[in-house]
Design a protein around this ligand. Sequence first.
Ligand code: CDP
Length: 785
Amino acid sequence: MTAVGDRPIGFGPLKRKEDARFIRGKGNYLDDIRLPGMVHMAILRSPFAHAKINSIDTSAALALPGVAAVITAKDLETLGLAWMPTISYDTQAVLAGDKVRFQGQEVAAVIAIDEYIARDALQLIDVDYEPLPAVVNARKALDEDAPLIRDDKDGQLDNLASPTWEAGDEESTDKAFAEADTIVSRDIIYPRCHPAPLETCGMIADFNPETGQLDLYNGNQAPHAHRTVYAHVAGLAEHMIRIKCNDIGGGFGNKVPVYPGYVCAIAGSIVAGVPVKWIEDRSENLMSTGFARDYIMKSDICAKDGKITGLRVDVIADHGAFDSTAQPTKFPAGFFHIVCGSYDLQASHVKVKAVYTNKAPGGVAYRCSFRITEAVYLVERMVEALALEMHIDPIDLRMQSFIGTEQFPYETTTGWTYDSGDYHKTMRVAMDIAGYEDLRQEQEEKRARGELMGIGISFFTEGVGAGPRKHMDILGLAMNDGADLRVHPSGKAVVSLSAQTQGQGHETTFAQIVAEELGIPPEDVEVRHGDTDKSPYGLGTYGSRSTPVSGAAVAVVSRKVRDKARAIAAQMLETRPEDLAWEKGRWYVKGDPSVGATIFDITERAYSGDSLPEGMEGGLDAQVIYDPPNLTYPYGAYIAVVDVDPETAHVTVRRFIAVDDCGVRINPMIVDGQIHGGLAEGVGIALMEVITFDEEGNCLNGSFMDYLIPTALECPDFELGATVTPCPHHPLGAKGVGESPNVGSPPAIVNAVIDALQPLGVNHVDMPCTPARVWAAMQGNAAPP
Ligand code: CDP
């Protein structure tokens, strides 16, 4: 095992503590919770994408035996809850009152004694809709005669959701292009897709009219931030609201926003004074909750003397009917401007324009750090296109253009400071695992026989771990995270976190961090999270921020406890703290290692009746709020090998090589699991997942019959490798990893498909590379309707 300073690398492949309950079906998910006196809520949704609401008649629904209440926008208006703020400083109708703006929008909520009666009652609500023309194409939404979607907003005269946002420098970019010897342009779409977590969204709201306490059971990725939003929206003090997240069946960004259903359940419980449960079904999840991507991108890339020099990007971002895009406040296009990728560019310029359409709101970071997925897809497609134009191997072009190891910390032309990297080495490791030269040889032989084999590369750099309070916030809340560590007299410890696991293994890895820092066995460290009454404030889990922010918080709080333990040990050993040295689990006298005190001896002393150093309080615990100095910048080299059936255009991903560098790995086995899952998602996004609409705004992918997700059958046996370049500013040298495989894999697969189709002269296909779409490209039609 190697070391970084005095820190050993590789905390070890400990089996996940949480799997003991998960694999036995003993997880406790939202739908498992039954509270005494609980009633059920169902939501009526709009069949139209755009329509005026003339009237809503709820009388027949109210008359159905078992129905307790029917809530409409009018009722919410009296509570001041008809509209709610979004994460992006827009407003969103909780229930539509004036008109509906997307198919599936919430129109009314029924509360009944069971969920079947609640759903039956939805059929009895009579809504008089007056259909309006809808617009679902973001380009068309900018036409002068496009229907105005947000006429609720004062002074809104068009469908622009925000002013154009820019990064980089236009003038120097123009200069780089003027001096270039090769320029390539492409129109590239990252289509609308959906995180589709296994467990859909839902809420149980339990308001106690006697005490005024509101308990919320909800699977969400940021419980503390949600509580602050509810406190503002409902006018309650934060300490009177408690959010409890039990086990969560996946989030992937879908459980970051506050949804209208949550607010309706809260309003229902406040009015009814009993617990109200609402769980959406799969179609509701796919049609109305936070979508991902939907970026229409136009880009030019240029090279000079065999090296990439400039990049120009112009984006139309489709935000749907309400701008509830998840991003830090000062970043209206998220971190998209990391689009200069892993390359030492002369200049770049990025423009992003956000547009309203009659589609569900969202723009959530589906396993991605705020639009980095779109950025990586674009730059890696553009680099591949440039290599084709220059007739050079795409890996050679990348190797000649990478940021050099000696250039870190590296300032990009759009304002990021990358922390560390050895890109050339990671690329070479991937080439070795793939047997790259042999693969190219095999491809040549197959091409000679008329077979379509493709090799696609992607080399991504991400910025994860949002983020430093000097740079970012969400709704005015600093993106910091807390950790609270208590070592009990028995030597067992509890660490409470503001991060919230959704299946990433935090109960294991965060215990490993405490174990590593204090020498307490990981099985003796209990990790608590997901209960706002029992955990410190923080902004939650998304954008691979758990390890960079909360993981750092846990390391720092453990070191605080260790420092206190040192002072106690010094008293016990009758020496000075500075004369002691630490080895895992024990302080000892520098000159005489046989004289020391273990963490268990010290803990006993901390709680005993014996004296403690002057001024020191008893017990062994500490609390921190961690403010990261910078994002962490994980990266990776991915190589996909595909076969395209010349007769059916079906794409098979035959091999996939992924070499990730996420700095020091706390639990390499969990990291590998994260990478497997993300790569499978990448196969889905590249080949089959898409949310589309017809001209009238009908969603065509509202079930898993039409929204295809990948299974083991479509995935190859992933071949993983690793390099370790520690993060210089993270206390453990770790970087985030959860999103990397989802971010890096789609461009590798699409690049491989295009590479396979080179003999047919195809130089562009948009995702998903379905057989129909690939077939059309093979016939010369790259962008079928
Ligand atoms: O925020 P999220 O948990 O989704 O992402 P992450 O910070 O990338 O962590 C995903 C899982 O991988 C967690 O259990 C981490 O503790 C683990 N991990 C690790 O063991 N070593 C790393 N360098 C990064 C993550």
